[in-house]
Design a protein around this ligand. Structure first.
Ligand code: MN
Length: 240
């Protein structure tokens, strides 16, 4: 039966070879049967810029994505960690980049896709940081620095994030119910799929007389996982 697959928060990095192997196996054995693969953010632990494509690690991942059969359309959304993925990356992977959020018609059901970090509205410090790094001027300035310098800055940010309890909390902070309701209203009460929080679950939201499902994808550090959706419904796949 025609179906689509959804994954997010793989946080691929050379330091986690097990996750990389699981992902490559998934691309080889599971994804080719789908008519679409949606990666809803944080495919990579970080992305310093498209001029970093030419490393053995990135080449391996991008080649595996590019060799998906043409019958499986590849859609990639930015997460908070790989927001600098751009056109050269997408072309190398033969992917289309999705804006966040994106509303699709999935087997007759309106489905809204988002990474999920914009729903964590109680974390004001994070939203401030997010606004800064999404500013085109900030990005242009950042990308104008040499690659090694950008990597050093990102390494510093990741180190601070893992050392500071407050920033660590940011990763595990859950979405705000009000932000979810606002988004559901704005898009006329679709089904919602997102990642980011690393709290895989299905929630039901009641909004203005509508009942909406919110599916949360899990991260791959804990367990390789995906949602498989066809016209009959949603199935949670555990891949490891
Ligand atoms: Mn994230």
């Amino acid at each position: 039966m025609p179906h689509s697959l959804f994954i997010s928060d793989l946080h691929l990095s050379e330091t986690h070879p097990r996750t990389t192997e699981q992902f490559l196996r998934f691309l080889e054995n599971v994804a080719p049967q789908a008519e679409a693969l949606y990666i809803l953010g944080d495919l990579f632990e970080y992305w310093a810029g498209d001029d970093d494509l030419d490393t053995p690690f990135h080449r391996r991942i991008c080649e595996a994505l590019a060799t998906l059969p043409a019958s499986c359309k590849l859609h990639i959304m930015h997460g908070n960690r790989d927001l600098l993925m751009a056109d050269a990356f997408a072309a190398t992977c033969k992917a289309s980049l999705l804006s966040d959020p994106t509303l699709i018609n999935l087997y007759g059901q309106a489905t809204l896709l988002t990474h999920g970090d914009t729903l964590c509205t109680e974390d004001h410090a994070y939203l401030q940081f997010r606004a800064m790094v999404h500013n085109p001027e900030w990005q242009a300035q950042f990308l104008a620095q040499p690659l090694y310098q950008r990597k050093a800055i990102i390494g510093q940010m990741l180190l601070q994030s893992s050392q500071s309890k407050q920033s660590k909390q940011m990763e595990i902070m859950d979405v705000s119910n009000d932000a979810v309701l606002e988004l559901l209203r704005q898009y006329e009460f679709p089904r919602l799929i997102h990642g980011h929080t690393h709290r895989p679950a299905m929630h039901i939201h009641h909004a203005d007389g509508h009942t909406c499902e919110r599916w949360v994808l899990g991260d791959w550090d804990t367990q390789a996982n995906a949602l498989q959706i066809d016209e009959t419904g949603i199935q949670q796949l555990k891949l490891s």
